[in-house]
Ligand binder design. Structure first.
Ligand code: GAR
Length: 214
């Protein structure tokens, strides 16, 4: 991940960090980050929202908030070519931190390594449990009584990487996957801005795959 005991990706305390958010759809986590970044003293500003689909609903929300948006279609494009375009767009906007927010496209190891320690993701389970898709269906099928959400550093393997913060959500009896998704989402919207704050403030250290909050 990063050198033992150093700030991931060289994020230093101080300035307000320009953030790029990557989305594929609804963008409710993106909206939560946009709202958080409006608060006085928040250490990050959302400089661009990039979608890999032109029909991502989150684009409209970002535009209404006065945030620059870009669409880089990924369909039918080679992974390396798409990631090169994405990387160029992020650099053009002077981005220092990348937040994946419901971004449903695997990224190449080269791209991920280039953003190592500066790219985070939110996933609707208590990682390392229930990686991948159909999370809430699988949680209910498993009989697990506690689920939740995780914000983690992105590494080349999907839904892996050192966990920054997690929040627990009890699984109510008889809940449907859709209801459980909504319950978890409420916690996601609180957790993601907290994790971005810690990263932007340079308060995270990664050692032996473990995140320490200073
Ligand atoms: C969120 O629940 C997020 O945790 C999940 O997709 C949803 C996106 O919703 N992400 C993953 O499953 C990543 N593996 P949103 O577009 O409203 O933020």
């Amino acid at each position: 991940m990063s050198q033992a005991g150093t700030t991931p990706g060289g994020i230093k305390p101080g300035d307000i960090k320009p953030v790029g958010i990557l989305i594929s759809g609804r963008g409710s986590n993106m909206a939560a980050l946009i709202e958080a970044a409006k608060q006085p003293g928040y250490p990050a500003r959302i400089a661009v929202v990039i979608a890999n689909r032109a029909d991502a609903e989150g684009l409209t929300i970002a535009q209404a908030a006065g945030i620059a948006t870009e669409v880089i279609p990924s369909k039918g494009k080679e992974r390396a070519a798409f990631d090169a375009e994405l990387d160029a767009a992020l650099k053009r906007h002077g981005i220092e931190i990348v937040c994946l927010a419901g971004f449903m496209r695997l990224l190449t190891p080269g791209f991920v390594e280039g953003w190592q320690g500066r790219m985070i993701n939110i996933h609707p389970s208590l990682l390392p449990a229930f990686k991948g898709t159909r999370v809430h269906e699988r949680v209910i099928e498993s009989g697990t009584r506690i689920t939740g959400c995780s914000v983690h550093f992105v590494v080349p393997e999907m839904d892996e990487g050192p966990v920054i913060l997690q929040a627990e959500v009890p699984v109510p009896d008889g809940v449907t996957p859709e209801q459980l998704a909504d319950l978890v989402l409420l916690e996601e919207h609180k957790l993601y801005p907290q994790a971005l704050r810690l990263l932007a403030e340079g308060k995270l250290r990664v050692e032996d795959n473990q995140v320490q909050v200073q």
